[in-house]
Design a protein around this ligand. Structure first.
Ligand code: SF4
Length: 287
């Protein structure tokens, strides 16, 4: 009998669970609902929600859904999106993650209370969450993705540094160190580690989990950037780690001679998908 186990710490974070629950609550009462972008970067989960009546639209399509309802996903939105919704008489179901809302508020306060300081955000330019953060400063902040982009900062002026919730703790600490080295007194650096531990703790957790099995099946959508990172982490501790998106991706060679198989996934991987994989493995190997 092959031992098959699902990682209890893999799958959606509470921000995404909350957004999906809000969508499903509305869809239980109404035929359809719009969401601004995909609620989660997983094709199967989006297909499941679409079957229930959820349609993801882009910002430039807001004008076409006047008078209807829209769900703002966990990433949060800038103030300009709320204004657009008001303008087009669209009712907002706000599923912005509470952790992101706190960060947005901190950035807004730092910006309004320190007009001469530079607000710097360690994050990915154009990412939905970062757009929401940048909006708190009316666009008057600097987004830094790598240390190479520090050339955009004036080191003779005060700096207030924040992080996108999903960035790496090591990368943030490294950035703080580099800025401190470059800073020209009396300019000061104030930094806020605003990285969400729901994501940051996944790497040590997945290392512990992946070492316990002969084979690891990592379940994720191919578009998930968190999925790519966590899969690489699995591979560093267990060479027989395989990336799959559906049960159709499982091959016999992946499972050859395995006495134990661990199933884990990204923050965007639905639990039901990992359960499907476990069922399929039990059918193939234990019946
Ligand atoms: S990763 Fe953290 S901040 Fe982002 S949605 Fe999930 S719980 Fe919220």
């Amino acid at each position: 009998m092959v031992h098959i186990e699902i990682d209890p710490k893999s799958g959606f974070c509470f921000g995404v669970i909350n957004a999906i629950e809000k969508a499903e609550e509305t869809l239980a009462l109404e035929k359809s609902l719009y969401s601004l972008g995909d609620i989660v970067h997983n094709e199967q989960e989006m297909a499941r929600l679409k079957d229930k009546g959820l349609y993801a639209i882009r910002h430039d399509e807001l004008a076409t859904i006047r008078g209807s309802k829209i769900l703002f996903r966990a990433h949060g939105e800038p103030p300009s999106t709320y204004e657009l919704a008001r303008k087009y008489d669209i009712e907002v179901i706000d599923a912005s993650c509470p952790v992101v809302l706190v960060l947005q508020k901190k950035i807004k306060t730092a910006y309004t209370e320190n007009p001469s300081a530079q607000i710097v955000i360690y994050g990915k330019k154009g990412h939905a969450e970062v757009n929401g953060l940048v909006g708190q400063t009316d666009g008057n902040c600097i987004v830094i993705e790598t240390k190479d982009e520090l050339t955009n900062i004036d080191f003779t002026k005060d700096i207030i540094l924040f992080s996108q919730t999903t960035k790496s703790v090591d990368g943030f600490n490294d950035l703080v160190k580099t800025i401190e080295e470059k800073l020209l007194p009396p300019a000061k650096l104030t930094y806020h580690d605003t990285i969400c531990r729901q994501v940051a703790n996944r790497i040590p957790n997945i290392h512990t989990f992946a070492t316990k099995f002969d084979v690891v099946l990592f379940v994720s959508g191919i578009k998930s950037s968190n999925g790519k990172v966590l899969f690489q982490e699995c591979k560093t501790v267990n060479k027989r780690s395989y990336f799959i998106s559906t049960i159709n991706d499982i091959t016999d060679s992946m499972l050859k001679d395995a006495q134990s198989i661990g199933i884990c996934g990204a923050t965007s991987t639905p639990k039901w998908l990992m359960e499907n994989v476990a069922q399929e493995l039990n059918k193939r190997l234990n019946q």
